[in-house]
Design a protein around this ligand. Structure first.
Ligand SMILES: Cc1cc2nc3c(=O)[nH]c(=O)nc-3n(C[C@H](O)[C@H](O)[C@H](O)COP(=O)(O)O)c2cc1C
Length: 196
């Protein structure tokens, strides 16, 4: 059972990374394998809408000179996908959406390998626009046939300067609980797969 956590912030050691590290720690405690992927250290160009993936249907994107395929491969192999993004003008970052647009379209044209996986959105904001960003991530999961995991509240945490998100105790607790629920669901999924 493996969960991949994708940090869509362009800022290394920023708030989104910090809260995803807490999420990762919680999953590890529940004996789930994890990998944190930082888009800050990667280049994922935006989708050009060329529709090559629709024509070739070979699980690849026409853009080959960036880090997309390596990250996409990890997303496809994982059982759970936790995407975290800061809010930028009421939206997920361009790093996050570039990845999701290309991953989503390549997947859709290749029998949708995301279908049946588990997803949880994590959103970090200074003040507002978080609901839209949260919805963006949920939209990705649900159009991909994934099961979205809940918590005691929506996975939104507040902070502006790096590290401030850790002061949002309720936000941190919400994300932790969501990861416990994710782990529980992963274990159910694994048990079902073994039975089949
Ligand atoms: C270009 C830009 C746009 C932003 N837009 C918003 C916004 O619409 N709403 C908000 O609450 N915070 C906004 N913020 C603040 C970030 O969401 C906040 O600082 C967050 O903690 C950054 O996460 P990070 O440290 O992981 O990069 C914006 C920040 C930047 C740089």
């Amino acid at each position: 059972m493996k969960a991949i956590l994708v940090c869509g912030s362009p800022r290394i050691h920023g708030n989104t990374q910090k809260i995803l590290e807490i999420a990762e720690e919680t999953l590890k405690k529940e004996k789930i394998d994890t990998e944190l992927v930082l888009l800050s250290g990667a280049t994922v160009k935006p989708c050009t809408g060329c529709l090559t993936c629709k024509r070739t249907r070979d699980m690849t994107c026409a853009i080959k000179d960036d880090d997309f395929h390596e990250i996409f491969g990890k997303m496809v192999k994982a059982d759970a996908l936790i995407v975290g993004s800061p809010v930028y003008f009421g939206s997920a970052t361009s790093q996050t959406t570039s990845l999701l647009h290309r991953a989503g379209y390549v997947a859709r044209n290749n029998n949708n390998p995301f279908s049946g996986k588990i997803g949880a959105p994590v959103v970090v904001a200074r003040r507002a626009g978080h609901n839209f960003t949260y919805a963006q991530l949920v939209f990705f999961y649900t159009i991909s046939g994934m099961t979205v995991v809940g918590s005691t509240y929506w996975n939104v945490a507040f902070g502006k300067n790096p590290g401030e998100v850790l002061d949002d105790e309720e936000g941190v607790q919400t994300v932790k609980k969501c990861m416990e629920n994710t782990a529980a669901l992963l274990k159910c999924r694994a048990a079902l797969q073994q039975r089949d």
